[in-house]
Design a protein around this ligand. Structure first.
Ligand SMILES: [Zn+2]
Length: 474
């Protein structure tokens, strides 16, 4: 498996995933009942495609759709259940998945499939029902031709995997003599070596500092940022009760990162929510904004109002869990650190937006070191750009990782306090996953958090400057 995935990655980097490739590659397609899947149709024949027959292949756990034009497509049961479009499974106003991965049976069977009004209607073993539009299905056909065509459409013929860069510029090795390079590496480790990450579990005592003191005192601010780097989460207590505190805090570092949700954003139960966060439901563990190729590095949340009941916050050390997965389930680790997953986010907020990305859920560098966790089940796209034979591996691996993340001994739970002397939490969005328990919404006066993002470059910049001023480091 490992060698296959390695090949997959190198192919991915050289163009198999690149929509603009002018030489179609020969890809070995799996055969099901003597039918090669490569014969599946391109997705963009105009007009609503007609379905001649829908048949469940129970042994392979695939749904076979025969189209009017004589072609056919195959869809894994697990993928279909994961992407049920009903109002329970999809938040319609945000076009985002509300079905939790913990509620997805990745080995589901299928009770019944039938055609009703040219829709594909499925009854699952638990009697849940899903209905799929043929056009929606045809677009998401898993044949390599169809996937390539859809990727070209989503990424406007630009490969999202081209131009991926490493932390150091490519000229690093060419421009520096070995002695100079060694000198620089020593400099880096002297400056940042003791910021090595410390892994934790549910027993974590979250490091805490006073909000106003961070703003006034360099030594406290330095301690805050060093702990943010090492532990990944720091609590700031004693903030004023009104909105606008995160803008003050960001000026202590430099500036906020603007996104399509605004300079700062308000986490509240909103009608016609454009994001699953803006509801009162449970938010399963996630990182923010994997729909961007460069997700925000650091997140701030200020508790303006808390719910009477529920609304507790949860965090888990994603790097710690990824290392544990690497030991306990190496196949799952290899899959999640090499398969590219599509994420999507569209709507209107700061302005209208339609964002698409391809990220690996566990992002590692060329040495296999952890760089970033990219995972939000709500914005994980229904478009899954994997060949059929890797779909089940992907779901099983993700399930394994999410189960590990959610084990009570790994999750640290806390409850933010509002009002005078309210709480601000600051955390590493590249490393931690965070979630929220559901709460009772009281409309206007309900739970309200203000949130904001920064990037690690700006945070590390302030950290270096504070080190020089506090410790006299040069
Ligand atoms: Zn459903």
């Amino acid at each position: 498996m490992l060698s296959y995935l390695t090949r997959l990655v190198s192919r991915g980097a050289t163009g198999a995933l690149k929509g603009a490739s002018s030489h179609p590659q020969l890809v070995k397609m799996p055969c099901v009942r003597n039918q090669t899947l490569a014969a599946a149709p391109l997705p963009f024949s105009r007009g609503s495609p007609g379905v001649r027959e829908a048949q469940a292949l129970h042994q392979e756990r695939l749904l076979q759709i025969s189209w009017d034009d004589g072609s056919s497509s195959l869809y894994p049961f697990t993928w279909l259940r994961d992407n049920c479009q009903c109002p329970l499974c999809t938040l319609q106003s945000a076009q985002a998945r509300s079905l939790l991965l913990s509620h997805l049976d990745v080995h589901t069977g299928m009770d019944q499939v039938q055609l009703m009004d040219n829709k594909v209607s499925i009854t699952w073993p638990d009697q849940h029902m899903s209905e799929f539009d043929p056009e929606w299905l045809k677009k998401r056909c898993f044949s390599s031709e169809a996937r390539q065509a859809l990727q070209e459409e989503l990424f406007l013929n630009e490969s999202p995997l081209s131009g991926k860069s490493f932390p150091f510029p490519a000229t690093w090795n060419r421009d520096l003599r070995p002695s100079e390079k060694n000198e620089l590496l020593c400099l880096f480790s002297a400056l940042e070596g003791c910021l090595e990450r410390e892994y934790w579990d549910s027993s974590l005592q979250i490091p805490t500092a006073d909000f106003e003191e961070v703003l006034q005192d360099d030594k406290t601010a330095l301690g805050w940022l060093e702990a943010l780097r090492r532990i990944g989460i720091v609590y700031l207590r004693g903030a004023p009760p009104e909105q606008g505190q995160l803008a003050r805090l960001s000026r202590r570092i430099g500036y906020l990162r603007l996104t399509f949700y605004g300079h700062t954003w308000q986490v509240q139960d909103k009608p016609q929510a454009n994001n699953v966060a803006y509801t009162s439901g449970e938010l399963s563990l996630h990182t923010d904004y994997p729909a961007l190729h460069h997700p925000p590095g650091v997140q701030f949340l200020h508790c303006v109002r808390q719910a009477d009941e529920g609304g507790e916050s949860e965090v888990v050390d994603g790097f710690h869990m990824a290392e544990q997965l690497r030991r306990e389930d190496p196949e799952a680790f290899t899959a999640l650190s090499s398969l590219w997953v599509d994420f999507t986010d569209s709507g209107a907020d700061y302005c209208d937006f339609s964002v698409q990305s391809k990220n690996r859920i566990i992002d590692v560098d060329s040495e296999g070191r952890l760089v970033r966790i990219n995972y939000n089940n709500a914005t994980r796209d229904s478009v899954l750009d994997l060949p059929l034979h890797q779909v089940q591996l992907f779901y099983s691996s993700l399930k394994s990782f999410v189960e590990l993340l959610s084990r009570p001994p790994n999750v640290c739970t806390y409850r933010m306090q509002p009002g005078h002397g309210s709480d601000v939490v600051t955390f590493d969005n590249w490393r931690l996953l965070h979630g929220r328990r559901s709460y009772m919404s009281r409309g206007q006066n309900s739970r309200h958090l203000e949130g904001a993002y920064l990037d690690w470059d700006e945070v590390m910049s302030r950290l270096r400057i504070l080190r020089r001023s506090v410790r006299g480091d040069r």
